[in-house]
Design a protein around this ligand. Structure first.
Ligand code: FAD
Length: 404
């Protein structure tokens, strides 16, 4: 195989894991990241299914396990904080997965494990993409024009380069859910459980442990008319008291915590569906290609798996010809599609059923959770966390002699 030159846009879980594996395969890898420095932030993500096996293959399993948030289970509570249903970690992929880790920690571990020779350029992004058949020409924000054999877009759910290249072939399914993540101070009574409270008005408040001596909270609400992720974060923050105070349980604690938290992250849950993940010498991976949202679950696991599968098929290409690349990209897509489709298929009634509007609706959800938390039903219910699994074997990757 001739050494191939690839540009990866986006230095988070998908971009970094693709870079890791293509670097191992002997490709010449450049990563660009729009942010001016490595993005440390982000709250809990989990590693599920086949992605656990990949941590081992990458040689980072031990580091990841050392940095987990050590969460012991998920408990649903009522407005007084009393537990209505508890789901301890009983299998690797339950509501709380065996491996829960902060997004920034996972990304940092992969960044530090990258094979030598991979450059990451921060504060850089793509202005223009021109596929010239024998190469793809990229015009960067800094003004440089560069040529690559392949461009991989891993820019997350709101990827601008994807939209430029694939235009109206990108469809979005907005779920009408705002989810706001942030860090708050630990207080007496906090333990190692993820506590989750449903309030009337389609609202949720949840608080979970981390490994940094703080707690990680989420506020969520259903409202198709209001998208807090598309307005400046200060304005979005200012709306939180209005929406959440009065919800009950620890509403005031989380809202006041978010007023000063340095890493509040707003998301308006949107599934991304694309009829194809590649065109010529450009392809997409991770949330940019198939965002499943936390309702589907397993976004970080799919990003890890997508990075490996893409690199594995690309490592099998015998030349840098456009047809050869296209055949590898089709195999990547064929392998990933069933897993992505499964994660994007929402559970029956979701998301509305999990975000009841009335008090009576909240009562019904609590009753269902109480019943579901008993005996064998508990394991069955926790099965909704089983994503990113496959009966297919992972494709083999051809690792270059010098980097193995
Ligand atoms: C800072 C941050 C915090 C997050 N917090 C949470 C959280 O609390 N809970 C949760 O469930 N998920 C969170 N996520 C999303 C989660 O990481 C992803 O759903 C999942 O891991 C898939 O990762 P991804 O690499 O495909 O996308 P992402 O993790 O979204 O990464 C995309 C990367 O591309 C970069 N990028 C975007 N546009 C461009 C561009 N034009 N040019 C170059 N680079 C670009 C972004 O800065 C980012 O680094 C967060 C993501 C980020 C970036």
């Amino acid at each position: 195989m001739t050494v191939q030159k690839v540009l990866i846009s986006g230095a988070s879980i998908a971009g970094l894991s693709t870079a890791f594996w293509l670097g191992k395969a002997g490709w010449e890898v450049t990563i660009i990241e729009r942010a001016s420095a490595f993005r440390e932030g982000g709250q809990n993500v989990d590693v599920r299914g086949v992605a656990r096996e990949l941590l081992q293959k990458m040689g980072i399993e031990e580091q990841v396990r050392k940095q987990t948030t050590t969460e012991e289970g998920t408990a649903f509570v009522n407005e007084k904080g009393q537990i209505v249903g508890a789901f301890p970690v009983e299998d690797s992929d339950g509501l709380t997965a065996e491996i829960e880790i902060l997004r920034g920690d996972l990304a940092r571990i992969i960044l530090d494990a990258l094979p030598p020779g991979i450059s990451v350029r921060y504060g850089e992004w793509i202005e223009q993409v021109t596929d010239q058949h024998e190469c793809v020409e990229i015009t960067l924000h800094s003004g440089q024009k560069e040529r690559y054999d392949l461009l991989i877009i891993a820019e997350g759910v709101r990827s601008k380069t994807r939209d430029k290249v694939f235009g109206d072939r990108v469809s979005r399914n907005e779920l009408g859910l705002n989810m706001i993540y942030g860090t708050i101070e630990k207080q007496a009574g906090d333990d190692r459980w993820w506590r989750w409270y449903n309030a009337a008005g389609g609202r949720q408040v949840s608080i979970r442990p981390d490994n940094k001596g703080t707690m990680r909270a989420t506020l969520a609400f259903k409202d198709r008319e209001r998208n807090l992720a598309e307005i400046p974060s200060d304005q979005a923050r200012a709306q939180l008291p209005d929406i959440f105070i009065g919800a009950g349980w620890q509403d005031e604690r989380v809202v006041s915590g978010f007023a000063t938290s340095k890493d509040v992250y707003f998301d308006y849950l949107t599934q991304i569906m694309m009829s194809t993940w590649s065109e010529g010498r450009v392809c997409v991976t991770g949330d940019a290609a198939w965002c499943v949202t936390p309702i589907g679950g397993g976004g970080s696991s799919l990003a890890l798996i997508g990075g490996y599968v893409l690199a594995a098929f690309l490592s099998q290409s015998s030349s840098n010809g456009a047809e050869d690349l296209q055949s590898c990209l089709s195999k990547y897509e064929q392998w990933m599609r069933p897993m992505v489709d499964k994660a994007q298929k929402l559970p029956p009634g979701a998301p509305d059923l999990f975000f009841p509007q009335s008090k009576a609706g909240v009562g019904t959800v609590q009753m269902v959770l109480r019943i579901a938390s008993f005996g064998p039903l508990r394991k069955l219910f926790a099965h909704i966390g089983h994503v990113a699994d496959s009966k297919e074997q992972l494709p083999d990757i051809r690792v270059a002699q010098t980097t193995s």
